[in-house]
Each structure stands twice: as structure tokens, then as C-alpha cells.
Design a binder for this molecule. Structure first.
Ligand SMILES: [Zn+2]
Length: 288
């Protein structure tokens, strides 16, 4: 129990750091578009491919840069409602590509309808909502854990779904402890935690004492995740060196389900979800 509480505390503490630096955008918007030339939905490409049947063997043509629509990606502008106070609330909560971050909130009443407990090992016994994730992500998680085990990597699931109310309680507690200004620096506001989406699982291993620590990234487990998670539809959501883009510190344990096709593209292009979906990365004013 003590370990559990410590881990919960650590999770909430480490989840939402960063995001307040003002770093210029190293990527042009065009570069953030998906440039994968195997987009079968793309009508132009389909036209080009007519003589090639389904195989794309030769034809080293310059790949097009499809728009979000052509690449089957959600339009960022069309998937938010801007509230009176300027807060952006996402409207595609059930989309596996939903983008939740400090700019894009989940609705306060959003609870995924298909939450299940994946059949994977947890390093704690008690029943808890944090064992859950959406069914669409739970099966691939089970497959990934099974493959890891075959490869001699024992994975453990530490923290999945977290409700809006639970996140609100964590944030309120941190505010009480440190004051709002300080709490804001390390704690997620409710609605801004990706864990509410049910598409996320924090994963750990005995190699790091079941901790959620950046040291995981250098272990056999962390390296295995980095090299294999995409094959099961998961991405390392907060990669090292992308803190200014994601707004979060490096979290080698935080896996986000986006589906196999997108995970493979994101992995291949060494992108964050923000870049993949074409978020213009603007300098952020550091409010005092
Ligand atoms: Zn996490």
C-alpha cells in the first residue's frame, strides 16, 4: 500500500512537468505533415498506383505531402470547441488519435464507455480504476506484453485510466500543498491528463523496481519498448528531446495507443503525436 501510494504520488508528480519554455519551432508546418507515400486513401496515389497493382515496388517518386484529411488524420481545428474563456475542449474523445495536452482538454464528463482491465501483470494487488484502459487498446497491450515475455522482458502495467475527478483531486491536493502557481508546474489540471482518455498505460519493470522513472529508458525493458511498442499500436508519447513540443518531460514508461498504422508511421519518422497531427509549435509566453 505504501509503495502504491508512493507510486501514485510519483505518477502525478512526474506526469505533467515542463511545457512552459519558449523554444522556437524547429519544424516547419509542412514538415509535420505525414509524408508517408503508402497512403492508400490518397486518391492521387491511387491513380498513380493503378498500373502497379497493390505492390509498390519501384516508382521512387517524390512522396506527396498529404493534408490531414488525405492522410486520414483528424483536423485539429475541427476537433475542438473553444469555450468562452478560451479553453479548448476536444470533440473527438473516442478517436484513437485524439490529441490531449495542455492546450486541448477532454470534457469533464468524459468517461470512456469501453473500459476493461487488460489481462497483464500489475505490480499491485488491489482493485483500482487505474488498471483499466479502453478495450481497443487493451487487447494490443496484452499482445505486446505476451511478446515481451517471449523475448525475456517482464512488463508490468502500473497506471492506466484516471478519471477527471481523480485528476482534479490530485491537482487540488497539490495546490493545497504548494499553492496553485507551484502546483501548475508539475501537476496536470483535470481534463489535461491523457490518462483520462483510457488509451494510455504507464508500464514498468522489476529492472527499475516497478518505478516510473526516466532510468527505465536505459534498461533492457525501456529499449525493448522503444523498439517494439509501435508494432502493437503504441507510441512513447513523451520522447526524450521533444519536451518543448509535448509540454512534458521524457517519460519512457508512458505508452499511448494510436493504432498500428499510425504508431508505425510516428515511430518511423521519429515524431511526437503533436508533430504527426500537424500542431504548429509556437513559442509559448512564459507567464510569471
Ligand atoms: Zn502516464
Amino acid at each position: 500500500m505504501k509503495l502504491h501510494m508512493a507510486l501514485v504520488g510519483l505518477t502525478s508528480l512526474t506526469l505533467i512537468l515542463g511545457g512552459c519554455s519558449s523554444i522556437p519551432n524547429p519544424f516547419e508546418k509542412e514538415d509535420q505533415q505525414n509524408t508517408d507515400d503508402q497512403s492508400h486513401e490518397d486518391s492521387q496515389n491511387q491513380k498513380d498506383n493503378q498500373q502497379q497493382d497493390t505492390e509498390q515496388t519501384d516508382s521512387p517518386e517524390e512522396p506527396k505531402e498529404p493534408t490531414n484529411e488525405e492522410a486520414d488524420l483528424p483536423s485539429l481545428e475541427e476537433t475542438v470547441t473553444v469555450m468562452g474563456d478560451g479553453t479548448k475542449v476536444v470533440t473527438n474523445m473516442n478517436d484513437t488519435l485524439v490529441l490531449v495536452n495542455k492546450e486541448r482538454n477532454l470534457p469533464s464528463d468524459y468517461i470512456p464507455e469501453d473500459l476493461v482491465i487488460p489481462n497483464v501483470p500489475f505490480p499491485f494487488e488491489e482493485d483500482s480504476p487505474k488498471k483499466k484502459m479502453r478495450k481497443i487498446a487493451a487487447s494490443p497491450l496484452e499482445e505486446m506484453f505476451a511478446q515481451a515475455e517471449r523475448d525475456g522482458i517482464p512488463l508490468f502495467a502500473q497506471s492506466g485510466y484516471r478519471s477527471y475527478d481523480r485528476q482534479a483531486a490530485i491537482f487540488a491536493s497539490n495546490v493545497q500543498e504548494d499553492g496553485e502557481e507551484e502546483a501548475n508546474k508539475y501537476s496536470a489540471r483535470p481534463g489535461q491528463s491523457e490518462h483520462q482518455s483510457g488509451l494510455t498505460m504507464d508500464v514498468t519493470s522489476p529492472e527499475v523496481n516497478f518505478d516510473l522513472t526516466q532510468a527505465l529508458g536505459d534498461t533492457k525493458t525501456g529499449i525493448w519498448l522503444e523498439e517494439n511498442a509501435h508494432q502493437f499500436g503504441f507510441i512513447i508519447r513523451y520522447p526524450e528531446g521533444k519536451e518543448e513540443i509535448t509540454g512534458y518531460q521524457y517519460e519512457p514508461w508512458h505508452l499511448r495507443y494510436v493504432g498500428k498504422k499510425h504508431a508505425e508511421r510516428i515511430h518511423e519518422q521519429n515524431m511526437t503525436l503533436e508533430e504527426y497531427l500537424g500542431v504548429p509549435v509556437e513559442p509559448v509566453n512564459t507567464k510569471k
